[in-house]
Design a protein around this ligand. Structure first.
Ligand code: NI
Length: 178
């Protein structure tokens, strides 16, 4: 297990379409997932997609017990999601702040679908199917965007609400930089 370098915006490897995973429960997959959790925890992130460590596979992880930056955020279970498909459950859109480990030091308001179903597989090949809303729905959409080469600044519609985290939120813990 090891902490990897996280690719930053501008790296063309973040703009690729990720490939589906065809073999589950393999030592190679277990290693990538363990490394992703190490990397996400070391960076205090709420989610990480495989392309962010240069692995071009349809694999994301996310979840947190408590978010230091937003104590009101509802915990999201720690999840490994492979070959995900997202379906809208409503056309309602919600705006909220996002950051990204590939865009360190910034925050922006991003419109997202407020209620979605996500389906996919865990690392053993067991199917996952959940209907979620709020921050859980937001983090899934953010991470799955990484699998189609989309970073959250590409979804920002109002650039008066995009900027440096320490300027926007002077009270915020500077180490909480997801
Ligand atoms: Ni991200």
């Amino acid at each position: 297990m090891s902490v990897h370098e996280i690719l930053r915006m501008g790296d063309p490897r973040l703009l690729r379409q990720a490939e589906p995973i065809t073999e589950f429960n393999t030592p190679a997959l277990d290693t990538v997932i363990a490394d992703m959790f190490d990397t996400m925890h070391a960076a205090n992130g709420a989610g990480l997609a495989a392309p962010q460590i240069g692995v071009n596979s349809q694999l994301v992880i996310f979840g947190f017990k408590q978010n230091a930056g937003d104590p009101d955020a509802v915990p999201v279970p720690e999840t490994v999601l492979i070959n995900p498909v997202i379906t809208l459950l409503s056309k309602d859109i919600e705006e909220n702040w996002e950051g990204c480990l590939s865009v360190p030091g910034f925050r922006g308001v991003v419109p997202r679908w407020s209620q979605v179903r996500y389906e996919g597989f865990d690392q053993f090949g067991n199917p996952i199917r959940r209907e979620v809303d709020g921050f859980h729905a937001r983090v899934v959409q953010h991470e799955c965007d990484h699998l189609i080469g989309v970073l959250y600044p590409m979804r920002v519609t109002d650039f008066s609400r995009f900027g440096f985290t320490d300027i926007l939120f002077p009270e915020r813990d500077p180490n909480d930089d997801d």
